[in-house]
Design a protein around this ligand. Structure first.
Ligand code: NAP
Length: 95
């Protein structure tokens, strides 16, 4: 929840959590194992409750959250369609 900066003032230390898998690159905690990953996981599995074979449409599929939802949907066995703002943002994993 802090910025990408050399020093951060943490005013609510209870919001911090222990890194349980130090063998993984720390950068993962800014993406798939961080806020974006939690948002994608909770939004997809807890809110959407997808089933194998469901059709899933992801707007802004190239965004931090959208690109994770696309991968979660694929491994769940869904048919996935994503929209992005330009051809350069097309990701073959979400075809
Ligand atoms: N990241 C988090 O931890 C987090 C946590 C909670 C909630 N959220 C929410 O989840 C959503 C996505 O977040 P994100 O972190 O994935 O953002 P992001 O990486 O900045 O991606 C957002 C995407 O939205 C699209 N977009 C931007 N302006 C647009 C516009 N005017 N019309 C249509 N599309 C537009 C862009 O895709 P294209 O250029 O391909 O169109 C961009 O890639 C946001 O609403 C955010 O508030 C994110």
């Amino acid at each position: 929840m802090s910025g990408c900066e050399e020093y951060t003032l943490i005013t609510d230390p209870e919001s911090l959590f222990k890194i349980n898998h130090p063998e993984l690159p720390l950068s993962y905690y800014t993406g798939v194992l961080g806020m974006a990953g939690l948002t994608a996981y909770a939004g997809f599995f807890d809110v959407s409750k997808p089933k194998q074979g469901d059709y899933v449409f992801i707007s802004s599929a190239s965004g931090a959250v959208g690109q994770l939802v696309g991968q979660l949907a694929k491994i769940t066995g869904c048919y996935v369609v994503g929209s992005v703002g330009s051809d350069e943002k097309f990701t073959p994993a979400i075809e």
